[in-house]
Design a protein around this ligand. Structure first.
Ligand SMILES: [Zn+2]
Length: 472
């Protein structure tokens, strides 16, 4: 056993920081926006570049086709009898629709101070980069890895992971591993590492309201025709009750409430309402379901958000128009005990009940994802917590997250293995927002934590006995 503090890989990683950053800049420069046909070529080029990079550090890497965007799969299998660690990440990114809101262009990565700015810098290119560079450091200094590794980097996480989910269903053996390691989540706070043990599921919907067959003059018809944009807003206004609860009947049935002990842990270790709202950019007040803290509202309770409404005329000049149709994009977040397809049905029934008869309404489902919950007592979770504590010099906090990584539940189910969510994003790093950034000292500590975790997993030649679980 090599004492991790003296491991040459740690020194190698420290000596190569400048190159780690310059290569990450090249990675972030690909506008690999998920789920947008206009960027399909960029997604593919990014996959090709990533596979090439993984080959250059000594992995057997290929671009693997799926029914959706390609995966990049890279392996090192030189440690027979030792556990296999599956490293998951995603090289696709959210759109960056409003370049004006960015200090520097989203796909021209720029370092300012300690931070690398660019769309995907943190979610998830910068975070997966920690593990890629940990693997490189281990391979370059020792010629081997302490465990077998399979990297699975997908290209449509931000659009629902359909291709990977399909591949996991069809060929689970291809992804067999004893533990999955994922960095695609926030830390507790800057400098305070966190391991997420619960993720919300998701249901992404579109609600379209149609009225007249074409746009109408609002002077000629205003007052006599139910404006689809107005009708849409009326429906949206009835999706929540005055108590902040989602008004869809049956939606809360089966929701597993946190235990008293878990609520106490969340209250002790998680953000206060004030801290959470400060991270949210200080809205004038908090909002949500009564009887729960802000942290609980966005982690252990379901939510429904209106992501956007389009319709009519939004241009500079006024235009006296009644639009023919209007669309709202909605996303629900689901917790253990809820199933996306059931919630989808309940939502459709509710909309059918409340929709005015003066318009036609259509609900379209974009994607659904199951919630996930991991066992914090699993040895791999404990090893990750130790690795983070050593790398950051601060104890790791177990977190519940409001976010969704569609593949986490599926990975847990398919592998029968725990999924360790080692977060390397600070809460204000702008995941899904303008001026997204990776905090470089956090990236460097992440590389160190990853090296320590892989070494710890390799120390025990037999795979961890206790299986993790991911709730349906
Ligand atoms: Zn992500």
């Amino acid at each position: 056993m090599i004492a991790p503090a003296a491991h040459p890989a740690l020194a190698y990683a420290r000596a190569h920081r400048a190159r780690v950053v310059s290569e990450l800049k090249r990675f972030v420069a690909f506008p690999s926006v998920a789920g947008n046909p206009a960027h399909a070529g960029d997604v593919r080029r990014c996959a090709g570049w990533l596979a090439e990079h993984l080959r250059s550090i000594g992995l057997e890497a290929r671009v693997r086709e799926t029914s959706g965007a390609p995966l990049v799969v890279a392996r090192w299998s030189g440690a027979p009898g030792r556990p296999t660690v599956l490293v998951y990440g995603h090289y696709d990114v959210q759109p960056a629709d409003d370049p004006d809101e960015w200090t520097s262009p989203p796909f021209q990565p720029a370092v300012r101070g300690d931070e690398l700015f660019g769309r995907g810098a943190c979610d998830d290119k910068g975070q997966l980069w920690a593990h890629v560079n940990a693997i490189e450091a281990l391979l370059r200094t020792t010629g081997r890895l302490p465990v077998n590794v399979v990297c699975v980097f997908e290209g449509e996480e931000e659009a629902g992971s359909a291709g990977l989910l399909d591949a996991l269903r069809r060929a689970p053996g291809e992804f067999a591993a004893d533990v999955a390691l994922v960095s695609d989540t926030p830390m507790r706070a800057p400098g305070r590492p966190g391991i997420t043990y619960g993720l919300r599921g998701a249901l992404s919907l579109e609600l379209e309201v149609r009225g007249p067959s074409h746009d109408l003059h609002s002077g000629v018809y205003g007052g006599a025709v139910h404006n689809p944009l107005q009708a849409l807003c009326e429906i949206v206004a009835r999706l929540h009750g005055p108590d902040g609860r989602i008004a869809v009947p049956g939606l809360y049935d089966g929701v597993q409430p946190p235990s008293r002990g878990e609520r106490a842990y969340l209250a002790r270790t998680g953000p206060s309402d004030r801290e959470l709202l400060a991270n949210a950019g200080d809205p004038p007040g908090g909002w949500g379901e009564r009887g729960w803290t802000a942290y609980e509202r966005c982690t252990v309770r379901p939510s429904l958000s209106v992501n956007g409404i389009t319709g009519g005329h939004g241009g500079e000049a006024g235009m006296a128009v009644i639009p023919a149709h209007a669309v709202a994009k909605l996303s629900l977040r689901l917790v253990p005990g809820q199933d996306p397809s059931r919630v989808d049905r309940l939502f459709r029934e509710h909309v059918a009940r409340i929709a005015p008869r003066t318009v036609r309404v259509e609900v379209r489902t974009r994607f659904g994802a199951q919630p996930a919950r991991m066992d914090t007592r699993h040895p791999a979770m404990r090893a990750a917590a130790r690795a983070l504590r050593q790398a950051f010099g601060a104890p790791a906090v177990f977190l519940r997250s409001g976010g969704t990584i569609p593949v986490v539940n599926a990975l847990g189910q398919a592998l029968g293995a725990p999924v360790v969510l080692m977060g390397l994003a600070r809460p204000r790093d702008g995941m899904h927002a303008p001026d997204e950034r990776m905090h470089l000292p956090t990236l460097f500590r992440g590389i160190e934590a990853s090296i320590r975790f892989l070494c710890a997993m390799g120390r025990d030649a037999s795979p961890p006995a206790e299986k993790g679980r991911a709730d349906r």
